[in-house]
Ligand binder design. Structure first.
Ligand code: EPZ
Length: 425
């Protein structure tokens, strides 16, 4: 199985171009199921997860052309409404076809995603939401089957937690419902804004973009349209932290700084100089009087957007592991998102975990030491890459298929910044 090998200690420098957002591409591709026709999507990242969803779309009867980052999806034909366990188990976001299939065809059968390394991640909010719109849902042999006699009917739905994909699934289903749907305590992530823009371009009537209350006036039909995927804010954040952890200086282009308020604040608290304009960021690392990298310790608590993103928690922990003091990291979104801690400790980090809180004692100048480590989930693996880039010596990361799910051309992008990193069998 392929491994990623990193010879650390090289400050990253230069320029980097960010790809389209995985967590926007997935719902926007699923949304094409709502209307027959050829949909065009620009800036689609070529990732294991987008390819998995396109395979599912093909299984449903659709066809597509994918060149570079341009995707054309033809959803004229949908010849069945089932998303198999084989596919859903590899990517839980496949559940995003449930809403569009139910609204368009009146029935959908989707495998329950099952457990995940970072938490139980049930889909009860999705199911409750569809039932509020009049669907009959039953769980049978590991599948959720949802059906309606005629059309979904608009209603008010309240989420206990502002779930990202539950908001997206309900939003998509409500566009073709009879009457008005109001989603309360909705998620506000920028990827949802991207989806709302796409649905409106297809003829949907939606108010409340970027707010926690979204109102959808259902329409009878939608049509195909052309849309662009927003830049990936999590990829942007991952590279910003990697550049900083190596004591580097670089510019990140094709990104959206406005989508990273919490991270930029925390990097500034840690001493980094961040220059930003509409579509790019420049980061410069803090130096001590002796010219050594001097990262200041700070604390983070993950929250729904615009709070600090849970998908950048592990990466920031790797940075705090080389800071000048003690920091506290609270993970409030997922109950098991510290799988990277033991691996970072194998590299010499000093981290103690108590429930949903991690106490990180920064190693400062001592830094980390390269070691063989194992990836456990997508974002945990990127924190090991950051630690490997910052460490002295060689790091060898196994199970890198996790990385390929969410980072496009990672090795090329890192070597473009001067990193010594390569894949090995
Ligand atoms: C989305 O997952 C992202 N995935 C995740 O990114 C991200 O970590 C997460 O939002 C939080 O920001 C995609 O967009 C494809 P949630 P999602 O529903 O929608 C609980 C990555 O690394 N909950 O917002 O599945 C849930 O257990 C991935 O790119 C229920 O209890 O997350 C969690 O504790 C990882 N019942 C909380 O809500 C439900 O029905 C928030 O989860 C739904 C959610």
């Amino acid at each position: 199985m392929e491994k990623l090998v990193i010879e650390g200690g090289v400050p990253l420098r230069g320029e980097l171009k960010i790809s389209g957002a995985k967590n926007a591409a997935l719902p926007l591709i699923a949304a094409t199921l709502l209307a027959p026709g050829t949909h065009v999507l620009y800036n689609v990242p070529n990732l294991r997860d987008t390819r998995t969803l396109l395979k599912l779309m093909e299984e449903l009867g659709c066809s597509y052309e994918y060149n570079g980052s341009l995707l054309k999806v033809d959803t004229t034909i949908i010849n069945h409404s089932e998303a198999s366990y084989e596919l859903v188990k590899t990517m839980r976001a496949s559940v995003l076809v449930l809403g569009p299939l139910l609204a368009r065809t009146g029935a959908a059968k989707v495998s329950l995603p099952g457990g995940c390394a970072i938490g139980a991640r049930p889909i009860d909010f999705h199911i409750k939401g569809f039932e509020h719109l009049g669907a009959v849902c039953k769980l049978e042999s590991g599948y959720v089957e949802a059906s309606i006699s005629d059309r979904l009917v608009g209603n008010t739905v309240y989420f206990d937690i502002p779930s990202v994909t539950a908001t997206e699934n309900l939003l998509m289903a409500a566009t073709l419902a009879k009457g008005i749907t109001v989603i309360k305590n909705a998620a506000r992530e920028p990827e949802i804004g991207n989806l709302i823009d796409m649905l409106i371009s297809m003829g949907a009537e939606i108010e409340g973009k970027d707010s926690d209350t979204i109102t959808v006036h259902g329409v009878r039909h939608l049509h195909a349209a052309e849309n662009r995927i927003i830049p990936d804010r999590i990829e942007t954040g991952t590279y910003l932290i990697a550049i900083g952890a190596t004591g580097g200086e670089a510019t990140i282009n094709n990104c959206c700084p406005a989508h990273l308020p919490a991270l930029l604040e925390k990097l500034r608290e840690a001493g980094f100089t961040i220059l930003e304009d509409k579509h790019s960021l420049h980061i410069r690392s803090p130096r001590s009087a002796e010219g050594k990298l001097h990262v200041m310790h700070t604390n983070i608590t993950t929250r729904p957007y615009p709070g600090y993103p849970t998908d950048l928690q592990a990466q920031f922990m790797a940075l705090m592991a080389i800071s000048d003091g003690a920091s506290i990291i609270n993970e409030t979104i997922f109950e098991n998102r510290f799988m990277h801690v033991a691996e970072l400790c194998r590299m010499g980090a000093d981290i103690k975990v108590d429930g949903k809180t991690a106490f990180v004692s920064g190693k400062g100048d001592t830094g980390l030491l390269g070691a063989p480590v194992m990836a456990t989930d997508l974002r945990a693996s990127s924190s090991l890459v950051i630690a490997g880039l910052a460490a002295s010596g060689k790091t060898c990361i196994s199970r890198i298929y996790h990385l390929e799910r969410g980072y496009e051309n990672l090795v090329e992008k890192l070597t473009g910044l001067g990193a010594r990193v390569w894949k090995e069998r």
